[in-house]
Ligand binder design. Structure first.
Ligand SMILES: [Zn+2]
Length: 198
């Protein structure tokens, strides 16, 4: 999405497409929470920014990676062969595991980028998007990590509570409450809109 007034500044929303596939011939890992839920939230944000009235001042890039589960291979490749200059990325928001939310959400790097985390907390409290937002430090647990290592400010947002299925055959759509999905959308939208206008 090309920005209105600062097309050479970028906000990035990312999510990984892949999951674990098959184990043997019969055992299938559907990956509803990890990470169809993150892809779904990315698509909701893309649909929002595609509307002319929501076109932001800076550009918004949507990145869908493969091979996250194999060791962040897609995002690592992108950082080594970027399609937009990494230094022009104002912030990256990575979406992974967003199908629950009964207990709120956690923000990886929330303790690294404290001012940005305070803005997230402000929006969350003002609009009651999620029951709780918890900050943690750096972690190499999803596609934000290669960007963080390259100096790009990045958060990884994931919801907590509800289904505990993770990397197993029970990670299915019916197991997900989506309790925090609408809240996570509002939070991401408000956060990105403010960054876009600064
Ligand atoms: Zn994942």
């Amino acid at each position: 999405m090309r920005g209105r007034t600062q097309p050479d500044s970028f906000l990035v929303v990312s999510a990984h497409y892949d999951h674990l596939g098959m184990m043997g011939r019969k055992t299938y890992f559907p990956g509803a929470n990890d990470n169809a839920s993150g892809v779904a939230l990315l698509l909701e944000l893309a649909a929002y920014y595609a509307r002319p009235e929501n076109r932001p001042a800076c550009s918004v890039v949507f990145l869908l990676f493969g091979a996250e589960e194999a060791g962040l291979l897609g995002s690592t490749y992108f950082v080594q062969h970027p399609l937009v200059p990494l230094a022009r990325i104002k912030f990256l928001l990575n979406l992974d595991l967003l199908g629950t939310g009964e207990e709120g959400a956690t923000v990886v790097n929330g303790r690294v980028h404290e001012a940005a985390f305070r803005r997230l907390t402000f929006f969350n409290e003002a609009h009651h998007y999620l029951p709780r937002l918890t900050a943690r430090g750096p972690a190499a647990n999803s596609d934000h990590f290669p960007f963080s290592q390259a100096g790009v400010p990045a958060f990884f947002l994931y919801t907590r509570g509800g289904s505990l299925a993770y990397h197993d055959v029970n990670d299915q759509p019916a197991a997900l409450s989506l309790a925090g999905f609408a809240g996570a959308f509002g939070l991401a939208r408000d956060f990105l809109n403010e960054l876009a206008s600064n």
